[in-house]
Design a protein around this ligand. Structure first.
Ligand code: GRF
Length: 205
C-alpha cells in the first residue's frame, strides 16, 4: 500500500530528509505529499522546497482561534489526500480533535526507549542528558502512535543504541539520530504492509 504522508516538523528536518530519501530509493512506497512547520525558518521547510514538496508554514499565532487553526490544518490534509501524519521533531501538541480524526494514523519518533525518558520537557538534548545522568548503558529510538498524551501512544518499533564510555549528550544525540533515520522508514514500511500490531512492542537489538 502506498500512503500519502504529511510530515510535521519544527526544526532541522533530518528525519524528514531520511524519509524522502527512503521514498526515492524505494525503501518505502509512500511519498511525502506535504510538509507543515510551525517555524518559518525551519530546515524542514527548506528541505521540502529543495525536493519540490508542497511546504506550508502554519502556526497557531496566524489564527484568531484554535478552531480556525485546526480547520485550516484539516483542509490541507484533505487537499493532499493525506493517509498518515508523521511527526518529525514537531514541537507542538496535536489538537485532540485531529488525534481523534486520525486515530492510529499519526506517528511520532522519540530519541529514547519509551516509556523511559518521555513526557513533557523530554525533548532534544534534554533526553540524552537525562540518559547520561542516569548511567544507563543502553538507550535507543521509539516510533509510536500519537494519542492525547505526550509520548504515550502504542509503541510500533524500538531499536537499541549503546551509550559509550565518554559519551556527551551531543555525541549520543548524533548516534541516536543515525538510528532514527533508518527506523522511521522501517516503521512506515510496516504500516504499508500491514505488518503492525498496535500495542505490541517490537524491539530490534
Ligand atoms: C529527533 O531527535 C526526533 O527524535 C525528535 O526530534 C528530533 C528531530 O530531528 N522527535 P530532525 O529535526 O529531524 O533532525
Amino acid at each position: 500500500m502506498k500512503l500519502n504522508l504529511c510530515v510535521l516538523a519544527s526544526g532541522r528536518g533530518s528525519d524528514l530528509r531520511a524519509i524522502i530519501k527512503a521514498s526515492k530509493t524505494g525503501i518505502i512506497r509512500s511519498w511525502v505529499r506535504l510538509v507543515i512547520s510551525n517555524n518559518s525558518k525551519s530546515g524542514a521547510l527548506k528541505i521540502a522546497k529543495l525536493n519540490k514538496i508542497p511546504a506550508c508554514h502554519l502556526s497557531h499565532i496566524m489564527f484568531s482561534s484554535n478552531e480556525l487553526f485546526v480547520k485550516e490544518f484539516l483542509r490541507l490534509l484533505k487537499k493532499y489526500k493525506i493517509d498518515l501524519i508523521i511527526l518529525a521533531g514537531y514541537m507542538k501538541m496535536i489538537d485532540p480533535s485531529i488525534v481523534k480524526k486520525f486515530r492510529n494514523r499519526i506517528l511520532n519518533i522519540h530519541p529514547a526507549l519509551l516509556p523511559k525518558y518521555g513526557g513533557k520537557g523530554m525533548y532534544g538534548i534534554h533526553v540524552h542528558q537525562a540518559v547520561i545522568n542516569s548511567g544507563d548503558k543502553i538507550t535507543g529510538v521509539t516510533v509510536h502512535y500519537v494519542d492525547e498524551i505526550y509520548d504515550h501512544g502504542a509503541i510500533i518499533l524500538q531499536k537499541h543504541v549503546k551509550v559509550k564510555e565518554g559519551d556527551t549528550p551531543e555525541t549520543l544525540r548524533k548516534r541516536v539520530l543515525r538510528t532514527e533515520h533508518k527506523l522511521y522508514p522501517e516503521a512506515i514500511k510496516m504500516l504499508e504492509t500491514n505488518k503492525i500490531n498496535a500495542g505490541k512492542r517490537k524491539v530490534k537489538k
